[in-house]
Design a protein around this ligand. Structure first.
Ligand code: IMP
Ligand code: MG
Length: 173
């Protein structure tokens, strides 16, 4: 593995603290309900794993994998489902769990796609948000951290599949 330059943006302790806060807010908002968390593979896996262990409400989990058509993933806006859910979400309280919202194209597509399946409620939690990079309007219901327009890795986020295992979120130079 080549050594790229890394700079810590969010340390593991800060991430953990913020996830506890998010879990408290989500548990309060959905009090008395059971929710279905849909993790977006692969980046959101670590966030989802940590988040659910702090939730005080019953949950189910499922996963989807999506990818953009073509090489230019940031501008095509066409998203393909590579792995779909194992169950119907009709009538369920659904929370999409994403690692990062960048241009907004992925979640914009995913939200509309899942909405058309008739969930009772549909919301989005993202660990990270780069609001300055939007190409389409998209506002997550819950957000861990708004971050500057830098490419970040670690805590599930990758660069060419590397660095997902890093406990901190780092800027890749
Ligand atoms: P969007 O469709 O442009 O919002 O892109 C969302 C996806 O792009 C995320 O789910 C990530 O997989 C990827 N992505 C965007 N920014 C970063 C980054 O800084 N590091 C790693 N992956 C990123
Ligand atoms: Mg992702």
């Amino acid at each position: 593995m080549t050594e790229e330059k890394m700079e810590i943006l969010l340390a593991a302790e800060d991430i953990e603290k913020r996830i506890c806060e998010l879990a408290r807010t989500i548990s309060d908002d959905y009090k008395g309900q059971k929710i279905l968390l849909i993790g977006v593979l692969k980046g959101a896996v670590i966030f989802l794993s940590d988040l659910i262990r702090h939730l005080k409400i019953p949950v189910e989990i499922d996963f989807m994998a999506v990818s953009s058509y073509g090489a230019d993933t940031t501008s095509s806006g066409v998203v393909r489902i590579q792995k779909d859910l194992e169950q119907s979400i009709t009538g369920k309280d659904v929370l999409i769990v994403e690692d990062i919202v960048d241009t907004g194209l992925t979640l914009n597509y995913l939200y509309d796609n899942l909405f058309s399946r008739g969930p009772q409620t549909l919301r989005v939690v993202t660990l990270l948000d780069k609001p300055n990079r939007r190409k389409v309007e998209f506002n997550p219901d819950y957000c861990g951290f708004a971050i500057p327009d830098e490419f970040v890795v670690g805590y599930g986020l990758d660069f060419n599949e590397d660095y997902r295992h890093l406990p901190d979120i780092c800027i890749l130079k």
